[in-house]
Design a protein around this ligand. Structure first.
Ligand code: FES
Length: 262
């Protein structure tokens, strides 16, 4: 005589889990953080003013939202030059391996967290079909590296103050420091990229066999070290962009004075 054992069917449905911890806090924080960023930057893009300070008595400050400065004749007033700029950094973030995990969880509940049931029961299909575009992350990385150079040039220009006699003199203000911190954090984020790590350390059989291999190994170790904190650099660099832009906006409208430190 055979014995039959009834096995309870696991319950499914969005958010069903046996977890007892506050697993929903992380996706909620990601949702709020990204929404805050998206709403602010979208507003600033279409505000389309007060993003550059270029006077005879102050440092040259350009908001990272509008860098590089594009002056295009004949554009309708509603067309912001930031639209022509931001698709590249936005594409870099959108296709970032860390952000994918974060926004798949926070925006699409796919799944909301580890060991928490997801929205759809269609089965895991990976990043195929519509999501195949995520594979272009490496190409956005090349653009992001170019943006680091552009933003570093903005910092150099923010250190050149008018000397009152038609020339330039070195100076550093709070605005200069904000621009520097901004490009520094963006550098940590970009240089800790998973694609860059693969680009530097991948497709090689022997590191120690040549001087180039040994150099690549050292660089790979450096990128790997940064890579461990990639989510942290992602958030810090994301938040620094609106902070820097807001400061320049306020200085430009006369609400703040850009304090010269030396
Ligand atoms: S993986 Fe995040 S920027 Fe490349």
């Amino acid at each position: 005589m055979s014995t039959q054992v009834a096995v309870a069917k696991p319950s499914t449905g969005l958010g069903v889990t046996d977890r007892k911890d506050l697993w929903w806090i992380s996706p909620l924080a990601v949702f709020l953080g990204l929404m805050l960023f998206i709403v602010y930057v979208t507003f600033r893009v279409f505000y389309n003013a007060h993003y550059v300070i270029d006077t005879a008595t102050s440092a040259y400050l350009l908001s990272p939202v509008y860098s590089p400065l594009l002056i295009i004749e004949g554009l309708p007033p509603w067309f912001s030059p930031a639209i022509l700029i931001l698709w590249a950094p936005a594409g870099f973030r959108l296709t970032c391996y860390y952000y994918r995990k974060a926004y798949y969880r926070a925006f699409f509940f796919s799944p909301p967290a580890c060991a928490v049931s997801e929205r759809t029961k269609n089965g895991y299909r990976g990043e195929t079909k519509l999501l195949i575009f995520q594979n272009i992350h490496r190409y956005f990385l090349y653009l992001a590296l170019a943006f680091l150079v552009i933003l570093a040039i903005d910092v150099v220009m923010a250190c050149m103050w008018p000397d009152g006699a038609g020339g330039k003199t070195f100076g550093v203000s709070v605005g200069t420091l904000l621009l520097f911190i901004n490009v520094f954090l963006l550098s940590l984020y970009t240089l800790s990229c998973h694609s860059l790590r693969h680009l530097i350390g991948g497709k090689i059989d022997c590191y120690s066999c040549s001087a180039m291999g040994r150099t690549r190994h050292k660089m790979w170790r450096g990128v790997s070290m940064l890579n461990r904190r990639h989510p942290l650099w992602a958030w810090l660099s994301l938040m620094m962009v609106p902070v820097t832009d807001f400061y320049i906006w306020m200085v430009s409208t006369g609400n703040f004075t850009d304090l010269r430190i030396f």
